[in-house]
Design a protein around this ligand. Sequence first.
Ligand code: UT7
Length: 329
Amino acid sequence: MSKVTAAITGIQGYLPEHVLSNDDLSKMVDTSDEWITTRTGIKERRIMKEGASSDMCAEAVKGLLKKTNTSPDEIELVIVATVTPDYPFPSTSNVVCDKVGMTNAWGYDLIAACSGFIYALSTGAQFIETGRHKKVIVIGVDKMSSIIDYEDRTTCVIFGDGCGAALLEPNEEGYGVQDFLLHSDGGGRKFLLQPGGGSLNPASIETVEKKMHYVHQEGKQVFKFAVTNMAEVSANIMERNHLTSDDVDWLVPHQANLRIIDATAKRMGLPEEKVMINIQKYGNTTAGTLPLCLWDYESQLKKGDNLILSAFGGGFTWGAVYLKWAYNS
Ligand code: UT7
């Protein structure tokens, strides 16, 4: 019997309507379109004015079920990667299942910041490969605007809100997840974290006054680690799967900074036309970036294309997934 792999059989994104441009931000903090564009590649991002992460997930999942002709009650497992859950508990997965009517599913949330989607995809794939489940949804979502200080120019220009959801199903022709290489280093938490609101610093008047519920990032430090590790892990997964740059059809990189993406592509020996980029439209949507890239580029993907998904984020967490695309759209 041939080995069962976990294939992505559908992908759907959701973005809030409200657009926050670099010019809008330059009226809120001391910044400029020129600074943001040259340092990050971002021109605008989406902001969710009302609602929660689960609402973005519900919209993406409804679209996904429709386009894959799947009924909500067929879904067995929903994994939501996010750092902006609706609540500390219950999980956003529970809420999404309720909102979409996925009454036969169980699920959980997973925190791996910007690496969330590759962690969720790798984890979800295990339930398919073992034969335990036949239909699994993995979601990357973040409503970053709920934890960003719009008086801090070093973070508010970077992040945006967005969501992407993928359906995973068994495949016996060899398509789908081929390999994953994931890493973490908790020592990096001091450079990128949300210090308040958890069990270490529970919400109090003091934590709010000290703005501890916002993202704190030492950008330069994070940049150094990101640029090295994202390039390294991408090269490593190619090497251990004996892939040359000619074999790789697409790099699907986390969209944190165009300079980090360029360095990763260069290390992999890939020309820019093989690199998915949508950072200019959405900024850094944390766990949302990779599925949103797949969604944006879906019409250009062909069955059998070799994709390397690669990310680096808070934790630190980083890694890469080697995926064989399973369908023509
Ligand atoms: O997504 C997960 C992980 N996160 C990342 O991968 C992000 C990694 N880091 C980065 O992408 C970059 O470090 C940033 C985009 C965050 C910052 O770019 P940078 O080139 O590293 O800038 P910097 O922090 O070294 O700051 C350079 C200057 C500073 O001014 P001085 O000290 O040179 O006078 C900052 O105060 O730019 C200033 N600055 C700004 N100026 C205008 C910082 N933010 C802004 C801003 N507008 N928004």
